[in-house]
Design a binder for this molecule. Sequence first.
Ligand SMILES: [Zn+2]
Length: 239
Amino acid sequence: MKDNFSTSRRKLLQYGAIAFGSTVVAKSFIDNSVLAESADDAPKATNEDITPDEALNMLMEGNKRFVTNKRKYPDQNFERIAEVAKEQFPFASILGCSDSRVPLEILFDQGFGDIFVVRNAGNIVTPEETGSLEFGSAVAGAKAILVIGHEKCGAVTAAVAGKPVPGSIGSILAAIQPAMKEGDKNDKNYLTETIKNNVFLQINNLKSSPVLAQLIKENKLKIFGGYYDLDTAQVQIIT
Ligand SMILES: [Zn+2]
């Protein structure tokens, strides 16, 4: 860690002339760095030594900090930006919903270069999402993929309702509908169960990727599923 920190210091000197210009933007990052981290939390210059379980743990620790109002705002200073400008080393990928109430870097208390994020309405897996997450792990080296659904998801609600929708929204609902099981759609638990079943469904879709399957086989990747509670801001791991 010390070496990494020294390296990032050297990088900082290289970029210093630009980084510490007199603009208001640069100034605000310097101020934030005071809040952000001590030397012990020096930016991670590699993700190579992180295991899939450690990667999940780092996410969950971040969510715990957020929920308990103990955010560290890690990796949100200009030094970190300069470090990851050349290359990224995200420790995890997350596939989440576009819903404005589920901002992933915030609720997991992460910063620049930490998580490789894919979002769409309903956190569905189509070939584009698979390709993005293959890139996140096979190229950028993310050790875990977390597929996260959330309470009161509008996309899943619309899929359950099954009513006609305008434009291309129907393609999203079609990707979610296989997650619907037998049951009373008016039961208040049905929506929650379908949101969780949708996470399981999309994880299965991801696992059909030979690229991701190979990484899983080599113990370089694990895929997890989560559920985000809008009221408590807590993430629960469901698989
Ligand atoms: Zn949603």
